[in-house]
Design a protein around this ligand. Sequence first.
Ligand SMILES: [Fe+2]
Length: 315
Amino acid sequence: MNINVSNYRQAVSKVQLSNAAFDELLSISLKSESKIQADRLDINFACNGSFYSRSLSEELRTIRNIIEHGSHVLILDGFKTDNLEAFKSLVWAFGSSLGRPMVQNHLGHKIIEVYDRGGKSIEEGGRYHQTRQGAYIHNDGVSDPLPIDYLVLACGQKALLGGESILIDASAVYAELMAFADVLEELKRDFYFENRGMSEEECLFKAPILSFSQEGIPLIRYFRVNIESAHLKAQVPLTLSQVRALDFLDAVLDQSSVQHRVLLEPGQVLISADNKFLHTRTHFIDKHTPHSEINDKAPLSSLNRYMLRMWLRKQ
Ligand SMILES: [Fe+2]
């Protein structure tokens, strides 16, 4: 495995699987492709870890180690395929080998296609992953009391212009807020969150925005819109002190000093520990007119910006 560790402010570390490991992943993905008929890809489990070769097992372990105990983020390069069907199968095979895919919506989907459908804007009720708009800084795991261990974002095609991913390390946020002890204390206390989009049944739960892992690493859980909505539903208005703490946090998140920008190229997969990084993306412009449906046989080179997202838990 090639690991190219760069200056973190300039670039996220890039990793490439060895030929042997990648070929094994390809053969797993071809098997899962042949099982797919009219069904969605994510109702099949791609593989059983006990059949992995030594090289693939070791390289998956290295990636898990980097995400859990190293920089907590990396880019895996080299996921090139000809068409969309092969790309979906490859990403599914990789994700379900790295961890246990989680359900991401009330329909039970475990792999989500992120592309502009050309429909409603977020303000008009559109879903973020179906638009070309930038969005609030957040982490994905705000809708569930348990964290997402590995957040996977695989790039099939990039936009004509824009669409950068912005990553913010919780440790950098914590360091900036050290000068404001009262704000830090407030963020360590419970806020209400909601399970929006995850289930037909609405559920509220309490959790702090800032906390620490057993090793003392800062963890973060934040999506201001989710928190504000949950407090309204709980009929527990945010206090002035809580609103002030969120305003301080937002001001920190807007600073370039805590932001890392990454423009994913086709075939690159961004993997991060969702509870150690906040993220967002910038607005983008596509090359072609958007469509709500894409043919799986379409070559990746013909697509607008297209990403696949998976949420994984440790196996
Ligand atoms: Fe997200």
